[in-house]
Design a protein around this ligand. Structure first.
Ligand SMILES: *Cc1c(COP(=O)(O)O)cnc(C)c1O
Length: 434
């Protein structure tokens, strides 16, 4: 299978190249040249299949030409070492809990899959150099990527994070791992971290010497596997007799997660419509209203993993629907909520149902409550465990959020990091010693 750039100004590439490069040379995002429609029997029987069986079938539709079936199945099953559960919150509204992975957020799925795919390409000998993954993080991406790649042979991960600007819970998830993971504490802000990483990718000598790759969320190997859990959610709801007129609501920031859902829909998954739920960062919401896309600097909110002012995957959504605003609005609606409403939603949902939402899931739950019509069933993606946002959640529900043991274990570990200035010369000499 070939991958093309959404800007149509670069050559088509193989899967291996799309994964290692991340972004196309024309700055477009890679898309698979074909999206296979799965047969009717698959959907008829999906409720009798396991999560692994479902995911392996979906994976073969994309990666089956590039990776032998058994190897691909092993990558998929090793990625999905935890469940994605559908839980009823109230009549007709379900939570798709994507926080049962190692770092308690949905990004675990994509990060783990990408790590295993890269390892496969290295073992196959596509490039004999060790791979160095550089990732700048403001918190959550660093932990998902670091844990996804932990212990993967032949790959070293360098996580750059701004000193004093990530929460202690987030920090311990990438500074206590050791092995092939190095945390780099940059004396600066997130933008400095990102600039250091970008400068490294543009440095000719460094790139001759080291095989550098980015593992950010626009990578096809991180975004496509997210389709797996949409199929699995459908299977679980079908088993419960609740899969008709299904509305899927995705709390969105960079729009990678919802794009994977749209791809599942294109593969034939019977979803009636989607809701893209936003916090105060409402660029996509505005686009749905008036057809104009106007990126803006992001606004800080309590659902901070969705604070994105220019969502990268918008380009993929436009590409999927041929730039047709009417087609997009007939399938996707949007909402935007202030911090006040997000907080009120956590409070009310807990009071009415006993279910504890994290701030991101709260955006999704509220959007469903507001828009579900008679006869529809709604499922929202609960993208992170509430304990990751412990202080915020507790302040609004008025009681304690228990910290799961796998999160507590990170907090017991010893913090180790390399101190770095925000000067590229410093980061460069660090990389030259690798
Ligand atoms: C990354 C993230 C999001 C946003 O997902 P996108 O794919 O960028 O739209 C939502 N919630 C949480 C908790 C996240 O970490």
């Amino acid at each position: 299978m070939k991958y093309y750039s959404t800007n149509h100004n670069s050559l088509d590439v193989s899967l291996a190249e799309a994964v290692v490069k991340g972004l196309a040379p024309d700055r477009g995002l890679y898309m698979p040249e074909r999206i296979e429609r799965l047969p009717r029997e698959f959907f008829d029987n999906i409720d009798k299949m396991s999560f692994h069986e479902i995911a392996c079938r979906v994976a073969r539709a994309f990666f089956g030409e590039d990776i032998p079936g058994e190897d691909l199945d092993a990558i998929v099953c090793d990625t999905l070492s935890f469940p994605t559960l559908v839980v009823e919150v109230e009549s007709g509204i379900y939570s798709l809990e994507l926080f049962h992975g190692p770092t308690l957020a949905f990004k675990d799925v994509g990060a783990r899959f990408m790590a295993r795919l890269l390892q496969y390409f290295i073992k196959r000998g596509d490039d004999r150099r060790n791979v160095h993954v550089l990732v700048a993080t403001s918190g959550d991406t660093g932990s998902a990527v670091a844990n996804g790649f932990l212990g993967v042979d032949g790959i070293n991960v360098h996580v750059l994070y701004p000193k004093g600007k990530v929460s202690p819970i987030q920090e311990c998830q990438f500074t206590t791992l050791g092995r092939n993971i190095t945390a780099i504490e940059v004396d600066g802000v997130f933008d400095d971290c990102q600039r250091l990483v970008k400068s490294a990718f543009l440095d000719g000598e460094l790139n001759e010497r080291l095989l550098l790759t980015s593992a950010n969320s626009i990578n096809v190997a991180r975004f496509l596997p997210q389709a797996f859990y949409y199929f699995n959610a459908y299977a679980q709801l079908k088993k419960a007799g609740m899969a008709d007129n299904l509305v899927v609501c995705v709390p969105s920031g960079n729009f990678g997660n919802i794009t994977a859902g749209l791809i599942a829909h294109r593969m034939g998954l019977p979803i009636k419509r989607f809701i893209a739920a936003n916090n105060a960062n409402d660029v996509f919401f505005k686009y749905l209203q008036n057809g104009e896309y106007e990126p803006r600097p992001s606004i800080a909110t309590i659902a901070n993993a969705m604070d994105v002012g220019d969502p990268s995957n918008f380009a993929r959504i436009l590409d999927l629907y041929g730039n047709d605003h009417a087609r997009i609005t007939s399938l996707i609606s949007g909402t935007t909520y202030s911090d006040g409403l997000i907080a009120k939603t956590m409070e009310e949902c807990f009071k009415d149902t006993g279910y504890i939402l994290d701030p991101h899931g709260a955006v999704g739950y509220r959007a469903l409550k507001q828009s579900l019509r008679p006869g529809e069933t709604g499922v929202f993606l609960e993208t992170a465990h509430p304990a990751k946002f412990k202080d915020t959640v507790e302040a609004h529900i008025g009681c304690e959020v228990e910290i799961p043991s796998r999160l507590a274990d990170f907090m017991k570990g010893e913090k180790q990091s390399v101190a770095m200035t925000s000067d590229f010369a410093d980061f460069r000499s660090y990389l030259m010693t690798l």
